[in-house]
Design a protein around this ligand. Structure first.
Ligand SMILES: [Zn+2]
Length: 293
């Protein structure tokens, strides 16, 4: 019986079509990647947790992608100069005009929205705000076999600001150095781990990257993730897509901004779920798989 079963399984594996990358995307694996970031401590530029995570991300990217590039620069945190690093890596065939997949990997130094005033200078753990997007893109990079060039970018210094000018330092730098090789379109994932995930169509994305929004919402329906991507318009959110939109690259921000622990000390793993990471990851992979050269 055992032998026959093995033979049957072997035959089944032989005749089955190559399983698609969106089915291979594992929310559980993405979850481990989220936890690994939290275990390193807050990813505040200039801190030990920041440099540890940078080195870990470099190693993880080298496992799943090629042409891993580290771009060091500096930014300001409350008047002090701090080291920042953008990381990028390529998937799929080499070529110009890749699809851009971005997430910020830093976490916010101060929980200025915390309900307890005494904690407003404490770091934000950044389970959802930071770690969730990185986890989704790392797991997507592991399983994705795109037919078109794809560039994964981890932006630093997204969340350093006390006011708007202090935010998005990594994506501003990336956008300012695009040169000739401009991405054809892109997606930024940020705060995609919420247990009650409901990503609405963000306003800047609707205005500047409507086609990208349609691709993603359509992929969510094909893959059975319509509840995570309801047919609803969301508010305007300034995020890493903004500098890219200003540079003329259609980039949509996938974000569930309806998240109580935002910029508080309560942004911890228990507010997030592997299921949400999987819904976003499988949707994203399906959207990229649908692209033909
Ligand atoms: Zn934030």
């Amino acid at each position: 019986v055992f032998k026959r079963l093995v033979l049957l399984l072997g035959a089944a594996a032989f005749v089955q079509p190559k399983s698609s990358a969106r089915e291979l995307f594992s929310g559980e694996r993405a979850w481990l990647l989220l936890e690994a970031q939290l275990a390193a401590g807050p990813r505040i530029p200039g801190s030990p947790g920041h440099s540890r995570t940078r080195d870990w991300l470099l190693a993880e990217l080298r496992k799943v992608a090629r042409n891993v590039v580290r771009d060091d620069f500096t930014g300001k945190l409350d008047g002090d100069s701090v080291p920042l690093t953008n990381l990028s890596a390529d998937l799929g065939p080499p070529g110009p005009r890749p699809i851009l997949l971005g997430a910020h990997w830093d976490s916010r130094p101060f929980a200025d929205q915390d309900p307890d005033p005494a904690k407003r200078d404490d770091p934000v753990p950044g389970a959802n705000d930071g770690a969730s997007g990185v986890a989704v893109l790392l797991e997507a990079a592991r399983v994705m076999r795109p037919a078109v060039p794809v560039r994964v970018v981890f932006f630093d210094g997204e969340d350093l600001g006390r006011e708007l000018a202090g935010f998005f330092l990594g994506s501003r730098r990336f956008a300012s150095r695009l040169g000739k090789e401009r991405p054809r379109w892109g997606v930024v994932v940020d705060m995609v781990g919420d247990k009650d995930l409901e990503i609405r169509r963000e306003q800047l994305s609707r205005d500047g990257a409507g086609d990208v929004i349609r691709k993603i919402w359509s992929a969510a329906r094909r893959t059975g993730h319509a509840s995570a991507f309801p047919d609803r318009d969301g508010p305007l959110v300034y995020d890493d897509h903004w500098p890219l939109l200003q540079a003329g690259v259609p980039v949509a921000d996938l974000i569930d901004f309806n998240y109580g622990p935002w910029h508080t000390t309560f942004d911890t793993a228990d507010k997030c779920s592997p299921k949400s990471l999987q819904a976003v990851g499988r949707t994203l992979v399906a959207a990229i798989e649908a692209e033909i050269p």
